[in-house]
Design a protein around this ligand. Structure first.
Ligand code: WTA
Length: 648
């Protein structure tokens, strides 16, 4: 993050943006009576006050789960920023998410409802899920997977992906899910960094009427992953694939679990034992392996879902994210199952086969709580109001968004046309690193379109300048989290130094710095404006500029690359690349197309290239670091600030 070089043009632009938003945005939406009457959090301010004593607050929330042994200390700060929660406590998150419900009236309740864009469905009760998880857990054990071993998952959102994650958790193996839109290189890099022993993949996944072959990508990746002993293949899309004839190296999921016992003892996990690694983009090329542990993650994901979306026993919860992102981990899989609710798992695009794809599912199944990304809302808005209007959306009670700031226009469209002016919108701010919602309203909070409101009870955040001094209301600065929280990342896998440097040493005072720019208004509401660092947010997906740059320079024609985010009305940002070509290469339209394809192949469809320009030189510091902010300032037509360190 460019904090030490004077003015930050990005921050200034965002300050200007938000000023204009704040000037216009005076609407306040008070909670409706029918929402407030049944809400768990009746009095928002009182609950926020209760959260001031973080230890007491979170210890109380942790009581709703089953612990095999109680914790002796709620929070250990002695090795900060390596915090520990629920010290000495023993539990198992899969046991709490599945086994616990099987002994109650929820035994035959719908746990998973899988739906895809072709209209296929699969319903799994808690009891069925229990059996499937146990069989898969036993099968993994048979392959020699033990507590602490890493298992990589490269799967579409489907029943088996949920089962596989829970099976790992049940036996204490650490899952490392890789988004199935990532390509060979990204998959191999993540498997190798985690040194995964097993890879679970599928034949294919459905996307816009096509089947994408995942097995081919896995094969190519595994050929450079020496740690992988076995590849397990889920037969899912039915596309033709070839299995290796090396016996034992590759096996079908259904063959493997067949005949396995449907009982499996839950591994006794320490609250601080690793639950999963999830790679995410940072400012440098190498993805960061965010490490989440068991106890605190369990407590906070479930608590936040319960309080923010007011989850009751008659709910059908739908989070439209992919299982490969943290949103899918926390809010498709763990939190809803921990609460014993029914969670909808969707595989497909939001506008396929028609722009009412999502609304027709809400109608067909009677979804009550719906959680999606602003980019999806902006995309669907374009097709007009008639698509949500022609569907019966009366079952909806609460709506939500995540992933990037939501502009008031999209908020209003969502509120009017999807929620019919009945459903409050929960704008939840959080990150892969935070594990759970951090800044978000609850249903009884008065809402301002475009603001995620306040830090949740038990969470404390503020806005400061680069010296860590609080900035006055209305002024922009760096968002910080001032107290530890249970579902916080514990470290970066195999790189504790990077953990300390990236998050805890940016702003003085021992506070967590998420890398976002924000501002607080007179009412204490937070307005998040976007990233302060070299991380792009394309359609809600996070990707580092340097990852994209390395993808460009891995092409034979490219000598140097600099990448910035270019504002995009639907996707928030797309990639704009400045490239220096190698001697003798010409930047024609043909090469532009080839490069776009190349980057997509390297990084997957997340990397949407909007524009490529060929240049003779790039702005650099004396030490040779590309000054992306200069390019960005030029792109946005604003002053680039203090450029004295610039040589070229
Ligand atoms: C951004 C996604 C504004 C933010 C859960 C953060 C948001 C990054 C919001 C994390 C929101 C997420 N309003 N910005 N409601 N939610 N962000 O790790 O920049 O994929 O730092 O986690 O998304 O992205 P990640």
């Amino acid at each position: 993050m460019e904090t030490k070089q004077g003015k930050n043009p990005e921050m200034e632009r965002k300050q200007q943006d938000v000023t204009s938003v704040l000037l216009r945005e005076e609407r306040l939406f008070k909670p409706r009576k029918e929402v407030a009457d049944i809400a768990y959090v009746k009095d928002w301010e009182a609950e926020l006050a209760a959260g001031n004593d973080i230890e007491a607050y979170w210890a109380n929330k942790a009581q709703q789960f089953e612990w095999f042994a109680p914790w002796t200390q709620t929070l250990d700060t002695s090795e900060a920023p390596f915090y520990k929660w629920f010290v000495g406590g023993k539990t198992n998150i899969a046991y709490n998410a599945v086994d616990r419900h099987v002994r109650t009236g929820r035994r035959y309740k719908l746990a998973l409802l899988y739906v895809n864009e072709r209209g296929d469905e699969r319903k799994v009760t808690y009891y069925e899920l229990y059996r499937e998880v146990n069989k898969a857990a036993n099968a993994l054990k048979k392959l020699g997977v033990k507590k602490g071993d890493r298992v990589a998952l490269y799967l579409p959102p489907c029943v088996e992906s949920v089962v596989s994650m829970l099976a790992c958790a049940k036996i204490g193996a650490v899952h490392n899910v890789v988004y199935a839109g990532f390509s060979v290189h990204a998959l191999a890099e993540r498997i190798n960094d985690a040194e995964a022993k097993v890879l679970i993949t599928a034949d294919g996944t459905f996307r816009r009427g096509q089947v994408i072959d995942l097995k081919a990508v896995s094969d190519e990746a595994v050929s450079s992953c020496p740690s992988v002993e076995t590849t397990i293949v889920v037969k899912h899309a039915g596309n033709p694939i070839t299995m290796s004839d090396l016996s034992g190296k590759e096996v079908f999921f259904h063959t493997l679990v067949e005949g396995e016992p449907s009982e499996c003892r839950a591994e006794r996990m320490d609250a601080e034992d690793m639950l999963y690694i999830l790679y995410t983009s940072g400012s440098t090329g190498k993805p960061k392996g965010v490490v989440h542990t068991t106890g605190g993650y369990m407590v906070e994901t479930a608590t936040t879902l319960k309080d923010v979306f007011d989850i009751h026993d008659d709910d059908l919860w739908w989070c439209t994210a992919d299982i490969g992102w943290v949103t899918g981990h926390s809010y498709i899989v763990y939190a809803p199952l921990l609460l014993g609710t029914s969670t909808l798992v969707y595989e497909g695009a939001p506008d396929y086969p028609q722009p009412d794809a999502l609304w027709s599912i809400v109608e067909r199944y009677g979804v009550t709580k719906f959680y999606t990304a602003p980019t999806a809302i902006r995309h669907l808005m374009r097709f007009g109001d008639k698509w949500p209007q022609c569907r019966d959306l009366r079952s909806l009670r609460i709506l939500g968004t995540v992933g990037e700031p939501i502009n008031p226009e999209a908020w209003m469209w969502y509120y009017k046309h999807v929620g019919n002016e009945r459903c409050p919108i929960m704008d939840t701010w959080w990150q892969t690193e935070t594990g759970s919602f951090m800044i978000s309203p609850v249903p009884t909070a008065p809402l301002k379109p475009g603001s995620a409101t306040k830090p949740l009870p038990g969470i404390h955040a503020d806005v400061v300048d680069q010296d860590g001094k609080l900035v006055p209301p209305g002024k922009g600065g760096f968002l910080i989290i001032t107290t530890p929280w249970p579902s916080m990342l514990r470290t970066l896998y195999k790189d504790p130094e990077r953990y300390v440097k990236t998050y805890w040493e940016v702003i003085p005072g021992g506070v967590y710095c998420p890398g976002d720019i924000a501002r607080k208004d007179e009412d204490g509401y937070l307005w998040i404006q976007g990233r302060a660092d070299d991380v792009l947010k394309i359609a809600g997906h996070r990707i580092g500029t340097s990852e994209v740059e390395s993808a460009f320079v891995s092409h034979a024609a490219v000598s140097e690359a600099a990448v910035i985010g270019k504002p995009d009305p639907i996707r928030n940002e797309v990639i704009k690349a400045f490239l220096i070509l190698k001697e003798g290469r010409t930047g024609d339209a043909h090469l532009v197309e080839e490069l776009k394809k190349h980057v997509r192949h390297e990084l997957g469809p997340v990397a949407v290239v909007g524009e490529i320009v060929f240049v003779q030189s790039l702005p650099k510091t004396r030490s040779g670091k590309i000054m992306r902010r200069v390019l960005k300032a030029r792109e946005l037509g604003i002053d680039a600030g203090d450029l004295t360190t610039l040589v070229e």
